[in-house]
Design a protein around this ligand. Structure first.
Ligand SMILES: [Ca+2]
Length: 561
């Protein structure tokens, strides 16, 4: 056993490793007498527990509170901190400015339920059985960090949207609290139609009172806004004073016109609603004197609810905004980090902060990697050389293909290049046309692109809804919109082969069923939405089945293949 004497300053403490090394927190002679008297008893107890092996390091080092703030369908880049002018996000910018702004954070799977399952379990979606799908049943064996933190003495709660959609029951079929106890009672008049009346900040404030009533007990809270998920109040962006010309750039895969820009502005208002409540939550923490001993993560589950983004696997689909603030644990502030990080890294980070090393029997082994190396470093830019890529992919999201099939993809992002492997090229990427392209939420943008095809303009429809080749390769530096597929380019053939080899090798190591000829398991898992289960067969058989997330005009009158 090693015992290190030190001042107990935070960088030193959070920089330490778990294991057999035990750190004894002491105080320096420079400490004030008052402070000494105040903490002496606690430190004595902590030291005793450390030496007796009952506590691991993080628990000794004043376990931080954890606030996880997640928007629903908010794209990378759409924040002031990322130099965006048409989406105002002062709260997110504050978290970034007083902590770390991540420029290359990705969700491995760009759809609500699988993305959130990855966050909660620290595993990739192809390692989560049914929880790798959308609208599913979350297997009880995959416990969440929230459940594990609760078992380790944390008060846990959430407001708004936790994990879902789907069902998460325990072995005895009782609903699990994968994101903690629900706090949903406080309501507020929303600033626009189609925005939730959940007073997220009010519910957090209520939780905080309860959590603080137990002295010395840390808490973990999940703030899950339902914005900017659709629908939107049409024209709300302009109603609130924005102009179409505020948008600096429309992605190349959509037409650049009034309809699209208006839709983007409406989206921006919903992002700002998420940020507004985040600001109120930060203010509440500050007022309670708990801002600095709280590890705050602000992010989104995946890209915006527009065609070719949400539910797909292009750069804009999986690339997400991420800022983390924790003065007690992060070295410096205003840092901008370029390391590739994944949502699978969130769980190990929180568990390390809380000093929880033992996963079983609640959680399964983690695939992600704690961000503490980045926290500890004073650097911006690339901090850890080995964080040079992320893996992404998907299986079944919303139904709408024959036999409830999904659209399996795996991909790798490395050195600003994206390689995608599409496993079932005979299927429709956004869902079958005759059943409304169900894996793309209904919207003015979607309707416009579908209308263009019906009028003989195929360019945008092909990019958004057309079938795809088995392989796609994009240079993100020059083509972040992923509209120029280089997979058949001779000069890129070596690069493509190397990316594919690395992708498949890592997936095999991770036990991805699709690497072992067993990928169909994802198509065969039950779909949890009874009303729309087997949509294709039922709808094509003449049954009136409603899929509320698309428009009736999204359904093509005939098959397109
Ligand atoms: Ca979502």
């Amino acid at each position: 056993m090693n015992i290190r004497l030190g001042s107990g300053s935070i960088p030193e403490v959070v920089g330490a490793h778990f294991g057999c090394t035990v750190y004894l927190l002491t105080f320096t002679l420079g400490h004030m007498y008052q402070s000494l008297m105040h903490t002496l008893a606690k430190r004595f107890i902590v030291s005793f527990l450390l030496l007796s092996g009952w506590l691991s390091l993080g628990q000794a080092a004043e376990r931080p509170n954890i606030l996880f703030a997640i928007a629903d369908d908010w794209s990378f880049g759409h924040a002031g901190a990322y130099d965006c002018d048409w989406v105002r996000t002062p709260a997110f910018d504050r978290v970034a400015g007083e902590g770390i702004l991540f420029h290359r954070a990705y969700t491995p799977n760009a759809k609500c339920a699988p993305s959130r399952a990855i966050i909660l379990t620290g595993r990739n979606s192809w390692q989560l059985d049914q929880a790798g799908n959308h609208m599913t049943f979350f297997p009880a064996k995959f416990g969440s960090w929230m459940e594990l933190l609760k078992a380790n003495g944390y008060s846990t709660g959430y407001t708004g949207k936790g994990w879902g959609p789907g069902f998460a029951n325990d072995a005895s079929r009782k609903p699990r609290k994968v994101t903690g106890q629900a706090w949903q009672k406080q309501k507020a008049k929303p600033p626009a139609r189609a925005i939730s009346n959940n007073d997220y900040a009010g519910n957090f404030a209520e939780f905080l009172v309860g959590a603080n009533s137990v002295e010395g007990r840390p808490w973990a809270f999940w703030y899950g806004a339902s914005e900017p998920h659709r629908g939107y109040e049409s024209g709300v962006g302009r109603r609130m004073g924005k102009k179409l010309s505020d948008i600096d750039r429309v992605p190349k895969y959509w037409p650049d016109n009034e309809v699209i820009r208006n839709d983007m502005l409406d989206y921006s208002i919903e992002v700002e609603h998420f940020d507004n409540h985040l600001g109120k939550i930060l203010a509440a923490l500050e007022a309670a004197g708990q801002l600095d001993n709280t590890l705050i993560v602000a992010t989104s589950d995946h890209g915006m609810p527009f065609p070719r983004v949400k539910g797909q696997a292009y750069e804009a689909s999986n690339h997400i905004p991420l800022a983390i603030r924790w003065p007690g644990g992060i070295n410096g502030s205003g840092r901008v980090v370029a390391d590739y990080v994944s949502f699978a890294d969130i769980a190990p980070t929180f568990l390390e902060a809380a000093g929880v090393a033992k996963l079983a029997p609640i959680m399964q082994p983690l695939s992600g990697r704690s961000l503490f190396d980045i926290f500890r470093s004073p650097k911006s830019g690339q901090v850890t050389a080995s964080r040079d890529h992320v893996l992404i992919g998907k299986e079944r999201h919303d139904i709408g293909r024959p036999n409830n099939w999904g659209y399996p993809i795996r991909g790798i992002v490395k050195d600003n290049q994206l390689y995608l492997h599409n496993f079932k090229t005979d299927r429709w990427p956004g869902g079958n046309p005759e059943t409304g392209y169900l894996n793309c939420d209904g919207s003015p943008t979607k309707s416009l692109i579908l209308t263009q095809r019906r009028e003989g303009l195929y360019h945008f429809w092909n990019l958004n809804f057309g079938k795809r080749p088995e392989e796609e390769l994009f240079e993100l530096n020059s083509d972040a919109d992923c509209v120029k597929n280089l997979a058949k380019s001779k000069p890129h053939s070596e690069l493509k082969a190397a990316l594919k080899e690395q992708l498949f090798a890592e997936l095999r190591e991770q036990g991805d069923p699709r690497m072992f000829g067993k990928g169909d398991v994802f198509d065969n898992y039950p779909y949890s939405g009874k009303l729309t289960d087997n949509f294709y067969r039922r709808y094509m058989g003449g049954e009136k089945v409603r899929a509320g997330w698309v428009r009736l005009t999204d359904f093509e009158k005939e098959k397109l293949d």
